[in-house]
Design a protein around this ligand. Structure first.
Ligand SMILES: Cc1cc2nc3c(=O)[nH]c(=O)nc-3n(C[C@H](O)[C@H](O)[C@H](O)COP(=O)(O)OP(=O)(O)OC[C@H]3O[C@@H](n4cnc5c(N)ncnc54)[C@H](O)[C@@H]3O)c2cc1C
Length: 723
């Protein structure tokens, strides 16, 4: 057939025809089609869009379809007198068994027109009004007054409009699955109410709450904007769903302490958790990865290696894994050997263990997390590929598709996603189209899952990005909401870009610490510290000399006492007290004007730490050469020039930890590091050059004075000698 369950359309067959069509509490609009008929194929996207658009109306009116081309359905179609395709019929609520439905002419592919036609048909109900459907007729002042007098009304929304407008009725139906709010339409001819509330625009929406009416503030006066704004009101909840509880309360029921985060940002911690979960947990259920799955894995890891917008150490590990997979000769793979590659962390290539959800936290343990992070990862990859010059349009999408198909644990999700991919993924011609394809398909999934049990009430599934996040992404066309795709594209390119991804709560990349750092990290993060302070220095792929190794930079962030700070010290084999002492050493910030945020580091201390770290490293390397497995080392991370993050990111980092930014600068420019240190005070090259210049100038001055006085003495002696 042309439809599946995931299209929000009820699929009719001889077995369910009675239970679906007759005595139903909702009205039904049934499409009789033949899958071989070209018109039906052309009409199917319209029917799917209509189903998506009126999903919230289901308790009052639902969409149904039956494929009359299927052998088993023929009798049913004949029974309903179907002669041409597609034919659409309307069944009133509580239709009797002998009903063959009312005609529902379909002369248009315009979804908004069909939607209005559905409303008109509902309004024709004479006897059995669908019980879930609120009154659709316009309300009078007397009715509004009595509504307000009854104590049951918490929130009342009034849509003021002209008689021919459907906006009010559409909003009433959009809100029918939500509690604690009543919506009514009022006509512009209701003079008393219109003048009492000083209504001037039709349509416009007014909200009564706390004893007062106020105009609903929306970007455009249209159905989608009213419905979205009303559904998001704090006290408005889906019918039969518990009220979202305050996040303060939720903290006690989640497995991990709640991490404060900004809903309008992407977090690197979610992306790394997605990598960990997919590569170490999801794949682990495939002890042997055979031919087809191996191809899927190779393509997935290949796009990760190319486009993962993450920390250089993580990218290095992904590149190593990719190279290893590409070098495989066998047609099948034992998962454990791949796991070894993932776990073989070195100082410059690590995939952190464990999950640390931030933007993907759910208000209950079973909400969000991994699937949320996979969407986030996929969006970030399409965006990164769009910025790369050598990517192929479908490269990321097809890799995702095959990964989801072969490995994604949620089989139902995988089959829905495959259905969408088969439908149109092949039509993607450019990288930008790939970004938009994923965005629009994700929105389809959001639409399908809105109100589902899997929806976290604190993170409702909405058509994304909402107007408050991207006002420009929304527009209006003929009174209907329309997406401004160029704006959506530029919004996505910005939202999922590397420079916008936040580093808060990131796991420590030191291999030996990765497992146990969680508790302290969380404490630090909760105390409002930002782990973005950790910097990654750069150097070539392989350190070739001691000089190059010197370019490695300490990775230290601002931490609460006893937290990461102690761990950093442990990694350097320094007692935490010594570490603190080092941190307290004076700096000479503000002695004289410098570049913004320039901060001089105590070079003595820095050098001693660096050498201690180097000693530690070389002793480990020697041990490794003697046959030991290379031990994980301190967090001195080499950074490649290509990995230089954007200026903005760099500035953010500098802003947060000027002291370490100074160190970071060394790896990049060899500049701004204190050149010499006396009595624990650092002096830059400029300081020393100025000193030398002053010294030379004063010497010259003294010399000139000496020569001058010597000349005068000679003159004086000559004068005396004259008679
Ligand atoms: C490929 C795939 C298919 C899935 N299919 C199903 C399924 O069939 N049935 C099912 O029950 N669950 C499915 N899931 C899971 C489901 O989609 C959600 O991921 C899960 O319910 C968690 O939802 P969430 O609220 O965290 O938001 P998610 O939908 O996971 O979104 C994560 C974040 O992405 C951003 N976002 C939201 N929409 C968009 C968009 N359109 N474009 C760009 N960014 C956006 C938001 O910031 C959001 O918080 C699927 C997941 C994946 C990865």
């Amino acid at each position: 057939g042309l439809y599946s369950q995931s299209d929000q359309i009820v699929l009719l067959n001889p077995d369910n025809v009675e239970s679906v069509l007759f005595n139903s509490s909702a009205a039904l609009v049934v499409e009789f089609y033949a899958s071989w008929c070209g018109h039906c194929v052309a009409f199917s996207p319209v029917w799917k869009n209509l189903a998506m658009d009126t999903k919230e109306w289901k308790p009052a009116v639902d969409l149904v379809a039956i494929d009359c081309a299927a052998e088993e359905n023929r009798k049913t179609c004949v029974h309903f007198g179907i002669r041409g395709y597609p034919t659409v019929k309307f069944f009133h609520a509580y239709s009797e068994k002998d009903s063959t439905g009312a005609s529902f002419p379909v002369h248009t592919q315009d979804v908004s027109h069909l939607r209005r036609q559905m409303i008109s048909m509902i309004e024709k109900h004479k006897e059995h009004w669908p019980p879930a459907c609120p009154p659709l007729e316009a309300a009078s002042k007397a009715e509004i007054d009595s509504l307000l007098e009854s104590s049951g009304v918490e929130l009342l929304a009034l849509v003021f409009e002209t008689a021919s407008s459907y906006v009010g009725r559409e909003v009433i139906l959009d809100l029918l699955q939500f509690d604690n709010i009543t919506v009514r339409r009022v006509l512009n001819t209701e003079d008393e109410l219109v003048s009492k509330m000083a209504v001037t625009d039709f349509p416009s929406c007014y909200l009564y709450q706390g004893g007062n009416f106020s105009r609903l503030n929306v970007p455009f006066e249209a159905r989608t904007f009213y419905s979205y704004a009303l559904q998001r009101l704090p006290r408005v909840v889906r019918t039969s769903r518990p009220k979202p509880v305050a996040l303060d309360l939720i903290r006690n029921v989640t497995e991990h302490p709640w991490r404060e985060f900004n809903r309008t940002n992407v977090y690197m911690s979610d992306l790394e958790s997605a990598l960990h979960f997919s590569l170490r947990v999801e794949l682990a259920s495939h002890a042997t990865i055979n031919k087809g799955a191996l191809t899927a894995l190779k393509r997935y890891v290949s796009v990760l290696a190319k486009y993962f917008p993450g920390r250089p150490v993580v990218r290095n590990l992904l590149q190593t894994a990719n190279a290893w997979l590409n070098g495989l000769q066998d047609s099948e793979l034992q998962y454990n050997s791949f796991l070894e590659v993932l776990n073989n962390a070195t100082e410059d290539a690590v995939l952190p263990h464990g999950e640390r959800w931030v933007g993907c936290q759910g208000s209950q343990p079973h909400f969000r997390k991994y699937p949320c992070s996979m969407w986030t990862l996929f969006h970030a990859l399409t965006v990164a590929a769009n910025s790369a010059s050598d990517s192929r349009p479908q490269e990321v999408l097809q890799a995702m598709r095959i990964y989801v198909k072969k490995f994604f644990g949620c089989h139902e999700c995988a089959s829905h996603f495959e259905g969408m991919a088969q439908e149109s993924m092949n039509q993607v011609k450019t990288q930008s189209e790939a970004v938009l394809w994923l965005w629009s398909r994700h929105n389809r999934v959001n639409n399908r899952l809105a109100g589902d049990l899997s929806e976290d009430p604190n993170f409702p599934k909405i058509q994304w990005p909402p107007p408050e996040l991207c006002p420009k992404c929304h527009g209006i066309d003929n009174g209907e909401h329309s997406w401004q795709e160029p704006e959506v594209l530029s919004f996505l390119m910005d939202y999922y870009s590397y420079s916008k991804i936040l580093d808060n709560y990131l796991q420590d990349v030191r291999p030996q610490e990765a497992g146990r750092a969680q508790g302290t990290e969380d404490r630090a993060a909760q105390a409002g510290h930002d782990t973005r302070g950790r910097m990654e220095a750069k150097e070539g792929d392989e350190p070739t000399s001691e000089v190059e190794e010197d370019k490695e930079v300490l990775v230290v962030g601002e931490q609460e006492p006893g937290g990461r700070e102690g761990e950093e010290a442990a990694a350097l084999e320094l007692p935490p007290s010594q570490e603190k002492e080092w941190e307290r050493r004076p700096s000479i910030v503000g002695l004289r004007p410098r570049e913004p945020q320039e901060d001089i580091v105590d070079l003595d201390s820095f050098v001693s730490r660096l050498y201690q770290a180097k000693d530690l490293r070389s002793s480990r390397r020697k041990r490794a050469l003697r046959g030991h497995r290379p031990a994980p080392e301190v967090a001195l991370l080499p950074v490649e020039p290509d990995d230089l993050p954007g200026e903005q990111r760099r500035l953010q980092k500098r802003g947060l930890t000027g002291r370490y930014a100074e160190l970071e600068g060394e790896g990049r420019q060899g500049a701004r590091r204190p050149w010499i240190s006396v009595l624990a005070l650092g002096f830059s090259r400029l300081d020393v050059s100025l000193c030398a210049l002053l010294y030379v100038l004063s010497s010259l001055c003294l010399l000139a004075m000496y020569r001058c006085s010597k000349g005068r003495g000679r003159l004086y002696r000559a004068k005396l000698a004259l008679p």
